[in-house]
Design a protein around this ligand. Structure first.
Ligand code: NAD
Length: 493
């Protein structure tokens, strides 16, 4: 595979409302994470423009036929959309890769096809899940009818711009809603192409819209808009809490929140293959340079195998190639902004000052380019109160804690705030299933770490890692509300 020329990727900073591009006064400069070069400008939708987008979508929802179409017809549009997304990989993947932290090889092999397949998964549910008939007295018929909310406000993060947005949009649209999406202001361009392809696939104009801008202005206006019936958000726990408060203030609006994590990877001495476990642990924290919500950032390892495992992880880190996303051989992409790389380094250095030791890494990688790059880092000699163990870093930083028995492992794995994901490696199926029951996390991976391509498995957090699920039938149903209908058909005497 050849390197990509980043300057060949042209972007247009605009909103997408009512099936067309809407140009607007530019308010923000957008930079390429790989070299920190400004390469596009972004408008910031104010409350008036958000209102225009939402009213337009409301009109399309209320007076158009999207929600009333036979579900299989909606599904057909979504399947066509997925096909167009897949066929558009040569445009979409470079757009995604240049503007984000996604290496071009991964964007082609995973982000674009995974986005398309996710759309297909939700299309398949459109006529599979609905209401039910209730067990009432025999002279009446009670039923629940599944209906779309109407208008869904979706807010997405920057770490996997296409995939994260598709997990919000696809179930909402399949269930018959209209959507107004605000992507992250750091990675705003690729979803515009997604919106354009939706129109090409036959989605009625106004059913899927994109408004651009900052969180505190555009995002807040979207969340609070009275026509937005439900909010679905992926991002940090702090922003999730602010959105939940806004939803409460403006009328107890329901909200789905996919938030941050500090996920443990537990390795027992009887792990089937310690070298394989080392490679997995390394991949689970270094993938996308640790900028993954489910990054396995806390290694909890049984004492007898700790040294061998840590050596294996350090070896896997050493084999990574830092570089811009447009290089075909890049396996360690940049940190989203140089300021975030500096923030990551700050956490590492303060944790070292508090007594931790650096096994490898612990420094910025200046030579990799003008973006912010950070060396994959292993910290030992840590305890639960240290900043690097306690806080989500969103970078390639792994802390190591050792244990002797199962109870100790479980106590270390429990995080006071987060409960997004967890992984464990053991050959003992009984122990694996005991831990699967007892770990306080929305997902438990056993002898693996990371999502599979099984869209049917939902993802979502316990505790402050979130409310509700993305993927699975749960995500589809979260875009429906249920109306109870009771028909009395007893004839008068
Ligand atoms: P962020 O919270 O800073 O921003 C996310 C989105 O919210 C952006 O579009 C932003 O503009 C918007 N926003 C910010 N303030 C807002 C406000 N007051 N009202 C409305 N919208 C607002 O998060 P980020 O830095 O983009 O993403 C990284 C975070 O996302 C990490 O914490 C990561 O763990 C989390 N994440 C979670 C999942 C999951 O599935 N649980 C997946 C990916 C990322």
């Amino acid at each position: 595979m050849e390197n990509l020329n980043p300057d060949s990727v042209a972007v247009r900073g605009a909103h997408f409302i009512g099936g067309t591009w809407v140009d607007d006064r530019a308010g923000l400069e957008v930079r390429r994470p790989s070299d920190n070069r400004a390469y596009g400008e972004l408008p910031v939708a104010d409350a008036a423009l958000v209102d225009r987008a939402v009213q337009n979508a409301w009109h399309a929802f209320r007076y158009g036929d999207w929600a009333r179409r036979p579900p299989r017809e909606r599904a057909r549009v979504l399947r066509r959309w997925a096909d167009l997304v897949e066929a558009d990989a040569s445009t979409l993947a470079p757009l995604e890769s240049v503007g984000s932290t996604r290496p071009i090889r991964d964007a082609l092999a995973w982000d674009v096809p995974f986005t398309a397949e996710g759309i297909r998964f939700f299309a398949e549910l459109a006529d599979k899940l609905g209401g039910e008939v209730a067990a009432t007295r025999s002279d009446s018929l009670g039923m629940t009818i599944a209906e779309p909310y109407g208008m869904i406000g979706a807010i997405a993060p920057w770490n996997f711009p296409l995939v994260m947005a598709s997990w919000k949009i696809a179930p909402a649209l399949a269930a018959g809603n209209a959507v107004v999406l605000k992507p992250s202001e750091l990675t705003p361009f690729s979803v515009l192409r997604l919106a354009e392809l939706a129109i090409a696939a036959g989605m009625p104009p106004g059913i899927f819209n994109v408004v651009q801008g900052t969180g505190h202005e555009t995002g807040d206006a979207l969340v609070r808009h009275p026509r937005i019936a439900k909010v679905t958000f992926t991002g940090s726990t702090r922003t999730g809490a602010a959105i939940m408060a806004a939803c409460a203030e403006c009328g107890t609006k329901p909200v789905t929140l996919e938030l941050g994590g500090k996920s443990p990877q537990i390795v027992f001495a009887d792990a089937p293959d310690i070298d394989r476990a080392a490679r997995m642990v390394a991949g689970a924290i270094a993938g996308n340079a640790g900028q993954v919500c489910v990054a396995g950032s806390r290694l909890i390892v049984q004492r007898g195998v700790a040294e061998r495992l840590v050596d294996g992880i350090a070896g896997a880190f050493a084999a990574l190639k830092a570089g811009p996303t447009w290089h075909a051989d890049t396996t360690l992409p940049p940190i989203i902004r140089p300021s975030d790389a500096a923030r990551i380094d700050g956490v590492v250095q303060r944790t070292v000052q508090a007594g931790a030791q650096i096994v490898t890494g612990g420094r910025l990688l200046a030579a990799a380019g003008d973006g912010g790059y950070y060396a994959p880092t292993i910290l030992t000699g840590v305890h639960a109160d240290m900043e690097a163990v306690r806080d989500e870093i969103f970078g390639p930083v792994l802390t190591v804690q050792t244990f002797d028995d199962d109870d100790e492992a479980l106590a270390l794995a429990d995080h006071p705030a987060y409960g997004l994901a967890s992984g464990l490696h053991t050959a003992d199926i009984g122990r694996a299933l005991r831990f699967a029951r007892r770990l306080e996390a929305g997902t438990v991976w056993i002898n693996r770490y990371g999502r599979s391509n099984d869209f049917v498995i939902p993802t979502g957090g316990y505790k402050r890692s979130g409310i509700g699920k993305d993927l699975g039938r749960q995500a589809y149903e979260a875009n429906l509300r249920f109306k109870s209908v009771l028909v009395d058909f007893a004839l008068p005497d």
